[in-house]
Design a protein around this ligand. Structure first.
Ligand code: SF4
Length: 287
């Protein structure tokens, strides 16, 4: 990955230097978010590069609006496999906590009430997630976010439904599907009879990967070492929606977990990806 424009900054951590957190940045000019209307803005963080850039942008805009006290960060924990391997990359929750601490905003980790782990959810479904079966995010992230909005609403005790912004790090560049998503819209978890009004906000929707890494470099934002090892995305160590190159690289970095996925693949009777089984990825990874 050396020389690749998607590569992370050379400085692999906050480096202990003083951060210039709220210096003006041309990529943060859009979109507009109504800070006055919302009681709280929850930042959904996987601790990945896009989450970290998005958190920075949210906090920068909040600071300019005098609303930094409204921001809080939520990391959804996806649990572990039966063999005790984390589904996500190691120490992501700790990294998300460190990133939140840069801005002195509250940080919380929550897990789905119904599922002990994403692994359990997949096994109950009987097949792997896919582009048209995003039950993984729906049931281990969106539901958790909704519950956290309700938890926050109870805590704020407003006597009316809480008005929450829900900020996510999706970028148009990632896929044609994501490119079509509106940057600010009312989320379907809002509804008559609910105790919440939720506005989804994609603050870095128009950013490129270069924009994201440049922000990391300029502000000394820490990133996960998986990026230094050649991964392009974080969250789950094995994602059926990831590119084959990323799956194979992750196999090299996580051989024991890869074998557990391969055994599950055999049990389920479905390949991990339509065009790449975990068994084949292990062969290609040469482990
Ligand atoms: S990383 Fe992939 S498998 Fe994991 S929750 Fe996201 S889409 Fe689902």
């Amino acid at each position: 990955m050396t020389g690749n424009p998607t590569s992370p900054p050379a400085c692999a951590s906050a480096c202990g230097r003083q951060l210039s957190l709220f210096e003006a940045d041309p990529t943060t000019a859009v979109p507009e978010f109504d800070w006055d209307r919302h009681d709280v803005v929850i930042v959904g963080s996987s601790a990945g590069k896009d989450s970290a850039a998005m958190l920075h942008t949210v906090c920068q805009q909040a600071d300019q609006a005098g609303a930094l006290h409204k921001v809080r960060v939520l990391h959804c924990d996806l649990g572990a496999t039966p063999n005790g391997h984390d589904i996500e990359w190691p120490m992501v929750a700790e990294l998300a906590r460190r990133q939140a601490a840069l801005y002195s905003v509250p940080f919380a980790v929550r897990r789905a009430a119904r599922w002990a782990s994403l692994w359990d959810r997949i096994m109950a479904h009987g097949n792997w997630p896919g582009f048209f079966a995003r039950f993984c995010t729906a049931d281990t992230k969106t539901v958790v976010g909704r519950d956290y909005v309700d938890e926050t609403g109870k805590e704020l005790s407003l006597g009316r439904p809480v008005r929450a912004g829900y900020a996510l790090g999706m970028r148009a560049e990632e896929s044609t599907g994501r490119a079509k998503i509106r940057t600010i819209e009312t989320h379907r978890m809002t509804g008559k009879g609910t105790l919440r009004e939720v506005t989804t906000w994609l603050p870095i929707h128009g950013w490129t990967t270069d924009d994201v890494w440049r922000l990391h470099r300029e502000h000394g934002i820490p990133h996960h070492e998986a990026y230094d090892q050649g991964m392009r995305r974080l969250s789950c160590r094995f994602c059926p929606l990831a590119g084959n190159e990323d799956v194979i690289r992750s196999v090299q970095l996580n051989p024991a977990l890869a074998r557990e996925y391969a055994a599950a693949e055999e049990h389920l009777g479905h390949p991990f990806k339509k065009n790449l089984s975990m068994r084949r990825a292990i062969q290609l990874a040469g482990i």
